[in-house]
Write a protein that binds this ligand. Structure first.
Ligand code: BYC
Length: 481
């Protein structure tokens, strides 16, 4: 079979020759009904019968891998798709550097690898659960379709991890695969594994911030796992990254369109002061300071996803060749890091300081720094939109120490500028830094659905181009009565 093209003749589309891998096929077919039950219970609420203009992967060729068509979401063909195998691929870092990449799980690394696959797998359905109510308040059919595209692909990413669990981890893998359908975002008894995936996504501004900031953590983690010496994991992640790019596009352009609309409305009404919050809100658009607060929240929650700054787990993952650095093969060094240092931001004697740490244990911090640099570029693109509109305001990423639950700064209160304050000061100022209940109520008051083709809610601008180059009034979702 041609690895580039996807076999759609079986119930589970795939390019891994499942028809000849009877045991895994049987395990996946056994898991499928539970997945569909989960999708129907926890997937987009109220739109399961609607026809949605979705892309489906038909190939893993980076040029032209998807086809677009109307699909009912429960009938979406969730498939198992891996980037093509490179026979000459090696382990590119750590103590096994130079060995041929592993096609099977090395026995001694089984537990570590399983843990990485399970954590990654757990985030995918979690985000679908977090976003399940948003369809009811979509600002346009275009946005509704993008939400559903993101959702079905996160569902596919769950399939991708479940395939690895069932093919390579035997009975434990099958149990883990079942547990991935059992945990629920925000559930008191069986929550999702990582903090940010148990938070609510109450409105569309949150959705766009989530897809910008949290999906971007996904990108960084997938990039690091794509470096893995365990080749099936690497190939899986490489293909997931192809889909992930659109999710971040949805976030970046979503926020960009909101602030463009706000700036236009302010200009038209002659409001020069971006901090005149009530006046701006009276125009039915979201004021820029509130957007900054939402950004503070989603960025800080996403920083927590990188784990502790200093982590022996991270050092072990690297040393064993399981999880590399961002763009590992493009970095010029020895790829072992045994004698290197990396500067880590720490809380020492009441002060925030950069401290030298062994580079191996500082790998979470390094990946987080790469992430911050990537976020900062996107924020600059947003600032360009504001600047072009002639409004005097700039977004700023908050300091690393701000609002953290994991790592060095979890026990301190820091302002977005990185100034340490006491509990009383924090309690007083918190509402200036993070969205308050009032901010949430205001945003919620704007969230009324718009379902006429080509029309957009007042608080968001139309996109520059349509999906698949469709015209502005294209009916991206045919909503079932
Ligand atoms: N919440 O050594 P430490 C995505 C735990 S997003 C709760 O600092 P490590 C997506 C940790 O488990 C990408 N617990 O951390 C985006 C450990 O527990 P144990 C998801 C946390 O292991 C949008 C202890 O604290 N993929 O794809 O070096 C939509 C000390 O841990 C958290 C991955 O993350 C937390 N935030 O690093 C859809 C990749 N952080 O062992 C999808 C796989 C840490 O003491 N995972 N803990 O019981 C990893 O690479 C690493 O496990 C982590 C943590 C980066 C998550």
């Amino acid at each position: 079979m041609n690895i580039m093209n996807v076999d759609y003749s079986t119930k589970i589309p795939n390019n891994v020759n499942l028809t000849e891998d009877r045991q895994v096929l049987k395990a996946l077919e056994g898991w499928h009904p539970g997945y569909l039950d989960w999708w129907n219970d926890m997937g987009p609420e109220g739109f399961q019968d609607s026809l949605v203009y979705l892309r489906t992967a038909v190939s893993v060729d980076p040029k032209g891998w998807a086809k677009f068509d109307y699909v009912r979401m429960p009938e979406y063909r969730w498939g198992v798709l891996l980037a093509p195998q490179d026979e000459a691929r090696k382990v590119n870092f750590g103590q096994h550097m130079g060995e041929a990449a592993w096609q099977e799980v090395p026995g001694e690394y089984r537990a570590m690898l399983r843990r990485l696959v399970v954590i990654q797998g757990d985030t995918e359905p979690a985000s679908v659960e977090q976003q399940r109510h948003l369809g009811k308040t979509a600002p346009s059919l275009y946005d509704l379709r993008n939400l559903f595209q993101v959702n079905v692909e996160e569902g596919r990413h769950l399939w991708a991890m479940v395939y690895l669990l069932q093919k390579y981890f035997g009975r434990d893998g099958r149990e883990e695969a079942d547990d991935l359908l059992r945990r629920r975002s925000g559930d008191a008894d069986a929550p999702r594994m990582l903090g940010a995936f148990n938070e609510a996504t109450p409105d569309w501004l949150s959705f766009f911030m989530f897809t910008f900031f949290t999906d971007r953590d996904g990108k960084m983690q997938l990039e690091s796992l794509a470096q893995s010496g365990f080749d099936p994991l690497s190939r899986t992640c490489r293909f997931m990254l192809t889909e992930e790019a659109h999710h971040m596009f949805v976030g970046e352009t979503g926020v960009g369109r909101i602030l463009q609309r706000t700036c236009e409305a302010m200009k038209a009404a002659g409001i020069e002061d971006p901090n005149a919050v009530e006046k701006v809100r009276a125009l039915g658009v979201i004021d820029l300071p509130t957007m900054q607060k939402k950004m503070n929240l989603h960025y800080s929650l996403s920083l927590d996803l990188f784990g502790s700054e200093v982590s022996t787990n991270a050092a072990n993952f690297y040393n064993c060749g399981l999880k590399g650095r961002f763009q590992e093969t493009k970095i010029e060094d020895d790829h072992r890091l045994t004698n290197d240092i990396y500067q880590v931001l720490k809380f020492v004697d009441g002060e925030i300081k950069l401290v030298d740490e062994p580079a191996l244990t500082a790998l979470n911090m390094r990946l987080r720094d790469d992430y911050t640099a990537d976020c900062a570029k996107g924020v600059e693109r947003w600032n360009k939109i504001i600047e072009k509109a002639g409004v005097n305001f700039r977004f700023e990423l908050p300091h690393t120490a701000f609002h953290r639950q994991i790592g060095e700064f979890r026990d301190v209160n820091a302002t977005p500028k990185g100034i340490i304050i006491n509990d009383a000061e924090w309690a007083k100022a918190k509402g200036d830094y993070l969205p308050s209940a009032d901010d949430g109520d205001f945003i919620a008051s704007l969230m009324t659905p718009v379902s006429e083709p080509g029309k957009f809610a007042n608080w968001i601008a139309a996109p520059k181009v349509g999906i698949d180059n469709k015209p502005g009034d294209f009916e991206y979702v045919k909503i079932a009565a």
